[in-house]
Design a protein around this ligand. Structure first.
Ligand SMILES: [Mn+2]
Length: 347
């Protein structure tokens, strides 16, 4: 039996807000739609139609951001070896690609680790920490996972390895004893956007690092394609800061895609401009296929890397294509039957 649709009607727009918007020569229907979305002044309406990076929140509003940035700077200054550790799904993989590629600009002493979906499972693994120890790593930045890894963080501490956790999952009663725990869902975190993707948190950490070091916005802008893909695929609400990130990231993908995305789109024979749904059903499954196929290097191989690796990423994308078709087909089906429910999972 087909699932029954349940319509949830939004309350009628506030007349005062509609009048204020109409005053600014906004058409009635648009004024009503804006007011229903909580946009009640001409200034807010103007910002809504022109999303820009100046609308992003200050990353230092996030609890523990200061201490996280200081710890990374100490590692960079002292030549410590760092490991960027992420989950194997789209959100985790894009978070690793983003953080690893940005840190790589400043140090050669950084490596990444994505656990094997089948042998290690979700989240931080003892195996990953053992690997860090073998490689002389003293700081692990965990992305899209770790908020409940109390025992793993303790295990690492005994080996002299510090953790910075960047997660967007709901914390338990106790937080891990990491140097910094970045998670807007912490009850004591005042950060205004509670629904960032895991990759979005990684981006905020890199944005904070860039701000502290007075790096220009143009250094961060190329990372936004990854944030847009994670925001779309992790099914976080595309409102507020997420909407700005998604808008800027889509613009990036449609004008200057990184080699991995370019190769995937060529393989998929896509020649038009992408929208947010395309990120979910064209890009997402191709990155996920890497985690499921047990391919060493995982999706990161397809999303990171400088321009010269385009041929390599194309070969990688070709392999993914052989792994992915069935799932990509399922994705399209799910899109069509109306069961694609937002905010029901947080992978
Ligand atoms: Mn996630």
């Amino acid at each position: 039996m087909l699932p029954t649709k349940r319509w949830r009607l939004t309350a009628a727009a506030d007349q005062q807000a509609v009048d204020a918007l109409l005053h600014d020569r906004c058409p009635l229907v648009v004024a009503k739609l804006l007011a229903q979305r909580g946009i009640t002044s001409p200034e807010q309406a103007s910002a809504f139609f022109r999303p820009g990076h100046e609308q992003l929140h200050d990353p230092f509003l996030m609890k523990d951001m200061q201490v996280a940035v200081e710890r990374i700077e100490r590692a960079l200054g002292d030549g410590e070896r760092m490991m960027v550790y992420g989950d194997y799904d789209v959100d985790g993989t894009t978070a690793v690609a983003l953080t690893y590629s940005f840190l790589k600009k400043f140090t050669g002493d950084v490596q990444f680790y994505i656990p094997d979906r089948y042998a290690e499972g979700y989240g931080i693994s003892f195996k990953g920490i053992d690997r860090a120890e073998q490689d002389g790593v003293t700081l692990i930045i965990a992305l899209d996972c770790g908020i409940k890894s109390i025992d793993k963080v303790e295990y690492a501490a005994k080996k002299g390895i510090d953790f910075i956790i960047c997660d967007h999952h709901l914390p338990g009663d106790e937080l891990p004893a990491a140097v910094a725990v970045l998670d807007p869902k912490r009850s004591d975190c005042p950060y205004p956007c509670k629904e960032l993707s895991g990759c979005g948190i990684g981006f905020k950490l890199m944005q904070a690092l860039a701000l502290r070091n007075e790096l220009p916005w143009t250094d961060l802008e190329p990372l936004l394609d990854l944030v847009a893909v994670s925001t779309a695929c992790d099914i976080v609400p595309v409102t507020g800061e997420n909407r700005v990130l998604a808008h800027l990231g889509l613009k990036r993908i449609n004008t200057d895609p990184r080699p991995g995305f370019k190769a995937m789109l060529r393989m998929a024979n896509v020649k038009r401009a992408l929208n947010i749904t395309d990120l979910v059903f064209l890009i997402g499954p191709r990155i996920n296929a890497a985690g499921r196929g047990g391919t060493r290097g995982h999706g990161r191989g397809a999303v990171a890397g400088p321009r010269r690796t385009e041929r390599r990423t194309e070969r990688f994308a070709h392999r993914q294509e052989q792994l992915a078709p069935a799932r990509i087909g399922q994705g399209h089906h799910a899109a069509g039957d109306g069961t694609h429910q937002p905010a029901t999972r947080c992978g």
